[in-house]
Write a protein that binds this ligand. Sequence first.
Ligand code: HEC
Ligand code: HEC
Ligand code: HEC
Length: 459
Amino acid sequence: MRKKLTLLVLLVVLTVLALPVSNLLYSPKSSAMARIATDDKSFATALEVMAEKCGNCHTSDASLPIYSGLPVARGIIQRDIDEGTRYMDYLQSLSPKDGKPVSEIVLAKTEFVLEHGTMPPGRFRLMHWAGGLSTSEKAAMTKWIKEQRARHFATGDAANSFASEVLQPLPNSVELNVAKAAVGNKLFHDKRLSKDDTVACATCHALDKGGTDRAQYSTGVGNQVGGINSPTVYNSGLQFMQFWDGRAGNLQEQADGPVNNPIEMASNWPETFSKLSQDTVFMQEFTSVYPNGLSKENCTDAIAEFERTLLTPNCKFDRYLRGEAAALNEQELAGMQLFRDIGCATCHAGKLMGGQSFERMGRKSDYFEARGMKMTDADNGRFNVTKVEADRHAFKVPTLRNIAATGPYLHDGSQTDLAKVVGIMAACQFGKTLKEDETTKIVSFLNALTGEYQGKILQ
Ligand code: HEC
Ligand code: HEC
Ligand code: HEC
């Protein structure tokens, strides 16, 4: 009897061990990932590591191990692949189109899991004894990330110690055409762009209200109320796309929207031109910059050029990143550390602390259910543009620059209290409940992100 039991236990142990042992002998890698072409040596090394250690779950061509035929195993493995690829499709994100560099957000997210040792997941390493990252593999990936960041995304004037950090200072200026920007400034503040001369761009993006209207929803021509919160125009030129759902690729494309939008300016360019062309003073300035006269292209070009001047550098945090160690107090520093440790900076990354990717609102818990408000069309977010189910409730990550001055918050403008938004983000994106003092620290840090426009701090 005892002998039988020992034999049985031995058999079970051997079977359990057989799985990880078989994984030692056979470790599949993402062949499509391994085929990504590059002449960058650091990237090639990082790719090799990632094709083997990450491709199992983060690509659509992930290959299944031999025992995936076992009923329970199959379910677990498939779930990892689906979830993993939903969070990060490395095949797609490591081979961006049009010769673009790998995005700042992909770098930030990858660096985060390396720093925190969270990937590959523990349950995977239990079955794949050689599945974890060795110190040298980690170092190779980190080297590639830091190099990419320094080459493509660093502002350049960060102190040496912050030169390849995920968060960067805002640049003090950008190159632009001053004459065009001056015309754009006039158009931005000109109510004649609206049907009944009551609404200018600045009505909903007031430069003395953080570049917003400080309302949940904006009010356009004829007191019509829209269905989505007006984002700030400050620093908007640094974003990868425009609008919460990214339906405009750049500022110039964006500027065509409001004029024709029936509940914003409810007009059109020909109507606007017939009004502007009667203004000889305006026309003189306009044609001196744009000799071929009024056109949609010229007007949106001028407005976009003006918007590029709306930079707000020199907040406390920028000064800190430039090397002024005392610019942040203890509380703000602790908030910055939490912001990084929790992972907020993986989406709110770079100099804008946002504006570089679309992300699902409510990855870990259902924001919309918790909100309790009726669902609106705007809540679909990026889905409205792509019609891809995975993009439902994904929004362009808003910039956190000047966040203290740009409330109410979120695409639905439903929140007025920044502390509450921080709690919502921690719960929805990480499934985390913050302690009160943690929230207070993060809010202090966010308050240190208010910068200067034309030398004066935003109110
Ligand atoms: C066993 C499957 C598996 C492997 C192997 C794996 N991952 Fe993941 N990964 C996941 C899953 C599942 C998620 C979703 C995370 C969650 O639910 O928190 C994820 C999430 C991520 C994220 C997104 C994190 C975020 O917060 O947005 C990154 C980045 C990531 N993994 C990187 C890696 C890297 C780098 C490797 C290789 C070194 C790797 N993963 C290996 C399954 C895997
Ligand atoms: C009636 C209010 C209103 C008017 C007028 C208006 N906007 Fe907006 N603006 C909004 C709202 C609301 C959004 C967000 C819409 C969305 O994402 O679907 C927005 C979005 C934007 C964005 C994108 C910002 C981002 O972070 O994605 C820019 C840039 C912008 N507007 C500039 C302008 C310009 C230039 C004009 C004038 C030609 C203008 N707006 C007129 C309300 C307005
Ligand atoms: C997975 C990406 C992601 C992570 C991680 C993330 N955010 Fe966000 N954040 C977003 C998106 C997307 C929105 C817009 C959501 C919406 O409007 O419904 C947002 C909105 C915000 C806003 C409101 C901004 C505004 O102008 O309305 C604040 C504040 C904010 N996040 C702070 C944080 C903090 C603090 C953390 C860390 C606890 C964090 N976020 C983590 C993606 C992320």
